[in-house]
Design a protein around this ligand. Structure first.
Ligand SMILES: Cc1ncc(COP(=O)(O)O)c(C=O)c1O
Length: 430
């Protein structure tokens, strides 16, 4: 089927706000390792992994076999019945989380995971006041949008919470622009203290924060920022929710969880994306007493189903047994170093940043910090022409997001970087 036919059918029945990449959108019909093939048989090296979700790669035999085997036995039973793979997965996640005696609640998306964590925190603290970080993204539901500081996704200003936004986000512009790491931390923490002393009630429930902001364009505070923030939160009993939907599972290379760069242990972690390698697997890992505090019964029809739990267990085993975190560290450094060197004379590349295989390339007008979203679009289109898929983010849509599967090889890292550097040169010429 011609892609433009599917494009027009999509437009007729899908919501208008469900954005598609590319002037001529593509359908990805098959994949193997880090490669995907579109409806016309064109192959692309995938540096975005379905929004950081295809973590171990496409068609990984061990994962596919586990899913196939479980699908033949039992796809669904619901949380009204015991589910051995769900319990086994929760045991592993509890151990990996770094949170003492952690419990796990499974959901079907990152949005729903954050919604659940916010429900637990606000119930535990008996407060509907919440802190979030500027430039954040936590999902598309009513509650997740209310802690999302990104006007492009701000579908409503109504909120179940009273939300206060702490400083964080871009280091190219705004109140933290150009500051040294130490000054950034001082300024952010003193602003937080002032906010708590003047604007909020004494009983804030929680801060929700992404260790590296995903949709926000892979913006990240200096290491230790959230450690300094948490000292203030701890003085007042405020919980810390680490949204690890993008940063978990070793993607940042240095650590298994993004929060570990800040020397803290959060009260709750929310996860999604990579664990299921594309299966609808997400949830909250948190202090048992906090998760248990809900004063009513609950169920989840789909969360942690036998099928997704078996697939996630196989995927997690593959990740750990192949030490893909180490691969992310090594190849992430390699790609970042190459990009830093090879885009040095490109006047529209304003910043190359990130950790591990989570690399942001910010495009601005020549030698400045005025966002250049059209150039980012041009780079995205040119990369596609060259056989490379990358993502986009940032408040202005001017940051390219590089996040391949963690199973990437050195040859693929080099090939993708070659293509990306060429696409960025084309963007400078627009
Ligand atoms: C940090 C973060 N939290 C939450 C979400 C929402 O996850 P989902 O799209 O699975 O609902 C996203 C999605 O991109 C995300 O990046």
């Amino acid at each position: 089927m011609a892609s433009n036919d599917l494009h027009s059918r999509h437009g007729s029945v899908m919501p208008k706000w469900l954005g598609l990449y590319y002037v001529d959108p593509i359908e990805l019909v098959s994949g193997s390792g880090c490669w995907v093939t579109d409806q016309n048989g064109i192959r692309y090296l995938d540096f975005f992994g379905g929004i950081l979700t295809t973590m171990t790669g496409y068609g990984v035999e061990e994962v596919v076999d586990a899913i196939r085997d479980q699908a033949g036995k039992m796809i669904h039973s619901s949380t009204l019945y015991l589910i051995e793979p769900m319990v086994a997965l929760a045991e592993k996640l509890s151990e990996l989380s770094g949170i003492e005696d952690a419990k796990v609640f499974f959901t079907t998306s990152g949005t729903e995971a954050n919604d659940a964590a916010l429900l637990f925190a606000t119930s535990w603290r008996r407060s509907n006041q919440v802190l979030a970080v500027r430039n954040s993204y936590h999902g598309r539901s009513f509650s997740a949008l209310s802690v999302t500081a990104n006007p492009g996704y701000g579908a409503t200003s109504l909120s179940p919470f009273q939300v206060f936004y702490i400083l964080g986000g871009s280091r190219l512009r705004g109140p933290l622009a150009g500051l040294s790491d130490a000054d950034y931390i001082d300024r952010g923490v003193s602003d937080l203290r002032d906010l708590l002393d003047t604007a909020a009630s004494p009983n804030i429930a929680a801060l929700i924060a992404e260790p590296i902001q995903g949709v926000g364009g892979f913006s990240m505070p200096p290491d230790g920022y959230f450690g300094a923030v948490k000292e203030v939160l701890d003085e007042r009993g405020i919980l810390f929710i680490a949204d690890e939907v993008q940063t978990g599972w070793g993607r940042t290379g240095e650590n298994f969880w993004g929060y570990q760069a800040h020397g803290i242990v959060p009260d709750m972690i929310t996860f999604a994306k990579g664990l299921g390698n594309g299966l609808a697997m997400a949830g909250v890992i948190g202090r048992g007493e906090v998760i248990d505090c809900i004063n009513a019964s609950s169920i989840s029809t789909f969360g942690g189903s036998p099928l997704v739990s078996r697939g996630a267990l196989a995927n997690l085993d593959y990740l750990l047994s192949h030490d893909l975190q180490e691969n992310a560290l090594k190849l992430g450094r390699h790609i970042t170093n190459r990009l830093l060197t090879e885009t040095q004379s490109n006047p529209v590349v304003a910043d190359v940043r990130g950790k591990g295989l989570m690399i942001g390339v910010e495009l601005c007008e020549r030698q400045g910090v005025v966002p250049a979203p059209q150039r980012a679009n041009a780079a995205l289109e040119e990369a596609k022409k060259l056989g490379l898929l990358v993502g986009k983010g940032g408040i202005a849509g001017n940051v390219l997001r590089i996040a391949p599967p963690l199973s990437l090889s050195k040859e693929e890292a080099d090939l993708g970087t070659d293509r990306l550097v060429a696409a960025l040169e084309a963007a400078a010429a627009v």
